[in-house]
Design a protein around this ligand. Structure first.
Ligand code: FES
Length: 276
C-alpha cells in the first residue's frame, strides 16, 4: 500500500497528489510515468511524475479530475492509501545540451514539465518555459518553474495574465524576443501537443510531445496504447510516452482516444462522481 502524504486542488479541476513510493522514486527520471490504482472499482491511471524527493521517498503528481477513477482519486486525502503505484514506467525523455529549449506546459502539463525543465537547466540549456491556460486562475507552479527557467512566459486565452493567446501565439513571442528554439517540448492535453507541433514544426527542430494514450498494463502487453510514429507501430508505454510529434499519426491517435468517451461519461453519470 502507498500512503498519501498530500492531496489538494492546485487550480480548478487539477490536483496535486504526493504519495510515499520510495522504490519508485529511487530510479525515476524526467518524462517517466507511473500507473496508479486507487482501490477496488478504480481503473489503472497512467500519470506522469511532476516531482519527487528521493530523500523522503515521495512522488508528486498533478492530475486532472476528468472521469470516474480520477474523481475517486480527487476524493482521497492525506493518510489514506493507494493500492498500487507501479513504476517508473516508460522511456525517460532525452536530456542533453541542446541550446535554446522551449518547454510548453498546459493543464496537468504545467506540473509534468517541471522535472524536464529542471533537468534541461542542469544540463546547461537556455530554458524558456511557456505556461498556457484559459485564464490566470488556471496557471500554477510559475515560481517553482522559474527557478530552473531563463524565462517564464505566461499565455492566457482571455488575456488576464501575460500574453493573450493560445499555444499558437508562442512563435510570435519568440520572434519578438529574438529566440530561435533548438528543441521544443510540450506537455499537456492532446490538443495542446498537436497545436504545438503545427506551430513549431517550421523551425525544423524536434517537437517532443508526451502522448496521452489510453493504457492498461503499461508494460507493452495489452496493445491498447498503440500509436503510429514515423510510419511504425509503437506502444506509448514502452517506446514512449515521449515522441517527436512531427512524426506522430495524430488522426489515428484522436480516433483511438475517442473510443471510450461514451463509457466514461456513463460511469460518471451513474457513480455520482463530480468528474468531467
Ligand atoms: Fe498495454 Fe501499452 S498500456 S501495451
Amino acid at each position: 500500500m502507498f500512503k498519501i502524504i498530500e492531496r489538494r486542488p492546485l487550480v480548478p479541476n487539477l490536483h496535486l497528489l504526493v504519495v510515499e513510493a520510495p522504490e519508485v522514486v529511487e530510479s525515476i527520471q524526467p518524462g517517466q510515468f507511473v500507473i496508479i490504482h486507487a482501490g477496488e472499482g478504480s481503473e489503472r491511471i497512467p500519470l506522469t511524475a511532476a516531482d519527487w524527493d528521493k530523500e523522503n521517498g515521495t512522488l508528486s503528481i498533478v492530475f486532472m479530475e476528468v472521469g470516474t477513477s480520477t474523481g475517486k482519486l480527487a476524493a482521497m486525502n492525506a493518510g489514506e492509501e493507494l493500492n498500487t503505484v507501479a513504476g517508473p514506467l516508460g522511456v525517460p525523455i532525452d536530456i542533453g545540451n541542446f541550446g535554446n529549449v522551449v518547454c510548453i506546459g498546459g493543464c496537468f502539463g504545467m506540473g509534468s514539465i517541471f522535472p524536464v525543465v529542471r533537468a534541461l537547466k542542469k544540463a546547461g540549456n537556455k530554458v524558456i518555459t511557456m505556461l498556457e491556460g484559459r485564464s490566470r486562475n488556471l496557471l500554477y507552479w510559475e515560481e517553482k518553474l522559474s527557478k530552473y527557467s531563463d524565462k517564464v512566459i505566461e499565455l492566457t486565452r482571455d488575456g488576464s495574465r501575460g500574453y493573450q493567446g493560445h499555444v499558437k501565439k508562442g512563435t510570435e513571442i519568440l520572434h519578438e524576443l529574438n529566440i530561435k528554439p533548438d528543441r521544443v517540448i510540450a506537455n499537456g492535453c492532446t490538443t495542446l501537443s498537436y497545436l504545438a507541433v503545427r506551430e513549431y514544426e517550421h523551425y525544423n527542430v524536434p517537437v517532443i510531445v508526451t502522448l496521452n494514450t489510453i493504457m492498461i498494463d503499461g508494460t507493452g502487453m495489452c496493445g491498447v496504447c498503440r500509436c503510429t510514429v514515423g510510419g511504425e507501430m509503437k506502444f506509448a508505454c514502452v517506446d514512449g510516452p515521449s515522441f517527436d510529434g512531427r512524426f506522430v499519426d495524430w488522426d489515428e491517435l484522436a480516433a483511438r482516444r475517442k473510443q471510450y468517451i461514451s463509457e466514461e461519461a456513463f460511469l460518471v453519470h451513474h457513480s455520482g462522481c463530480g468528474g468531467i
